[in-house]
Ligand binder design. Structure first.
Ligand code: FAD
Ligand code: NAI
Length: 476
């Protein structure tokens, strides 16, 4: 006997759980299958994002930021502490509770929206059938007959042959979120989003953090001026970022990780208490269907999809980290909504030109749209306005004066085509930029808008004024 559904969603990360809820809201009989088990071996929804990604990393970033504020910045406000201690166990317990509450919340949302849930590993057997087995025992749990399938199986960390994950010493990002003590020396391979965020957490708590990055440029996808400001700022915060540095080998001896790496001047050695590997993620597309189904993948094993996330098999869709585009939770969820609405016969699309990115360092780095370099490469004429946070009254009152807001507008239409922010709360400010671009606002529109005083948002206003040489609180 098989269960019959309009839609089966495979994976309950931000792509899959959002797609499943939207399908059910639209009246489609929907089931979501997910295989995630937490460190206690219990099923836990929310995928990478909730269990070992966005949420736990931000919980630790918040705790470590508060500790750093108390340790370094309270003095200037006249606050003195006779003693300051960080209890790592309490910090981790709080983080685990946040994760637990949110993952449980998804189960409640499924119930409220009538989404059926099956814990187990799904494999698509034909374009209309799915077999579900127990993740560990491989025993068959269920067979589904379905009209539509949404693959939302996410991604996993890229492994390095030279540095295989070894319990307690060589860790991936999930391991780096679980440390129960502050390592004296922490090595991180890769100065991307994960390396910088998790490196920041442990550095703020007292680790000497060294990041070995293979590329010559720091954060090449970020506006180069902001990337330079961020690099300088992170170095000041004691993050030792070594560019052009490629890992040769890593081995564990006497409870230390011995690392050999290569830079322009040749081979170098380092010894760390822990080593984190953060060199990117790869799509989970190997186990969910067989080649005979004809679902095409690219050379990096991302499932090939069109703008509507439809695969080469018309009733099978794929969304989130398992397909092209940035590996971001909000992009994954937006694709989930689009596909659900498409299956329900509605018109829906994702605007891939307006996906915000944030790296949650302190200050935060956030951007949307084109950089100056991208405009130049595409031959787009543009005007730039910028405003330094040092000139913002609110930033001064907050003692958060580091950074810059930059707005890029089309030289002909004046439309905002890129916004780049390095500042406190940039992750919140960038939402204004996303709205501006979705509404096709011009720099003039923003300049004519009133912003509350004193706020960090005024930096956005001043940057827009500066596009036309009219900034009031800084030189144009
Ligand atoms: P996932 O979240 O990976 O979910 C896929 C789900 O499918 C999993 O539960 C998996 O168990 C399940 N699955 C896989 N195969 C099967 C199968 N055969 N049968 C059943 N179930 C299956 N993004 C942001 O936007 N902001 C951030 O701040 C951020 N921080 C991050 C921090 C870290 C440390 C990491 C690692 C990632 C972070 N990301 C962040 C990225 C974000 O987590 C991913 O982009 C997002 O989780 C992708 O969602 P997804 O639903 O496509 O995949
Ligand atoms: P990443 O692609 O952001 O960074 C990986 C870095 O490792 C790159 O700079 C790369 O040049 C470097 N690298 C690769 N091979 C190397 C080698 N052999 N030696 C040294 N350096 C090497 O990937 P990361 O940090 O693993 O994150 C994975 C994904 O998760 C990101 O693409 C991002 O989309 C998502 N993420 C998003 C966050 C956010 O939105 N705030 C936070 C964390 C992760």
């Amino acid at each position: 006997m098989s269960l019959i559904y309009d839609v089966a969603v495979i994976g309950a990360g931000p792509a899959g759980y959002v797609a499943a809820i939207r399908c059910a809201q639209l009246g489609l009989k929907t089931v979501c299958v997910d295989e995630w088990l937490n460190h206690k071996g219990e099923p836990s929804l929310g995928g990478t994002c909730l269990n070992v990604g966005c949420i736990p990393s931000k919980a630790l970033l918040e705790s470590s930021h508060l500790y750093q504020q108390a340790n370094v910045n309270f003095g200037q406000h006249g606050i003195s502490l006779s003693s300051l201690e960080m209890n790592i166990e309490t910090m981790q317990t709080r983080k685990n509770q946040v994760v637990h509450d949110l993952t449980q919340g998804i189960e409640a949302l499924f119930k409220a929206n009538n989404v059926d849930l099956i814990h187990g590993r799904a494999k698509i057997t034909t374009e209309n059938t799915i077999k579900i087995v127990h993740r560990k025992t491989r025993k068959k749990i269920e067979k589904l007959t379905v009209n539509n399938i949404i693959i939302a199986t996410g991604s996993s960390p890229v492994r390095m042959q030279q540095a295989m994950i070894k319990d307690d010493f060589i860790l991936d990002s999930a391991g780096a979120l679980e440390l129960d003590d502050v390592p004296q020396r922490l090595g991180v391979i890769g100065a991307g989003a994960i390396g910088l965020e998790l490196g920041s957490v442990w550095s703020r708590l007292g680790s000497q953090v060294v990041l070995l990055e293979a590329m010559q440029d720091f954060l090449p996808m970020v506006d180069s001026k902001l990337a330079n400001l961020a690099k300088r700022s992170l170095k000041k915060q004691s993050l030792d970022i070594r560019l052009n540095s490629r890992l040769v080998s890593a081995s564990v001896k006497n409870k230390k990780v011995h690392v050999v790496y290569e830079d322009q001047s040749g081979e170098k050695n380092e010894v760390f208490d822990k080593l984190v590997i953060a060199v990117g993620r790869k799509p989970n597309s190997d186990r969910v269907f067989g080649e005979e189904l004809g679902i095409e993948r690219d050379e990096r094993r991302f499932v090939l999809v069109d703008d509507r996330c439809q695969t080469s098999v018309p009733n099978i869709y794929a969304i989130g980290d398992v397909v092209r585009g940035p590996m971001l939770a909000h992009k994954a969820s937006a694709e989930g909504i689009m596909v659900a609405e498409h299956i329900a016969g509605q018109h829906a699309e994702v605007n891939y030109d307006v996906i915000p990115s944030v790296i949650y360092t302190q200050p935060e780095i956030a951007w949307v749209g084109k950089t100056e370099a991208e405009c130049k490469a595409a031959g787009i004429g543009f005007k730039v306005g910028s405003f330094p946070l040092i000139a913002s009254g609110r930033a001064r009152a907050m003692a958060e004066t580091e950074g810059l807001v930059k707005i890029i507008a089309d030289a002909v239409t004046d439309r905002v085509i890129g916004v780049h922010i390095f500042s406190a709360q940039a992750s919140e400010l960038i939402a204004q930029a996303v709205l501006m671009m979705e509404m096709q606002a011009t720099a003039e529109d923003i300049a004519l808008t009133m912003f509350a005083h004193p706020t960090l948002s005024e930096a956005m206003h001043e940057a827009a004024l500066s596009v036309h040489g009219r900034a009031v609180h800084t030189k144009n």
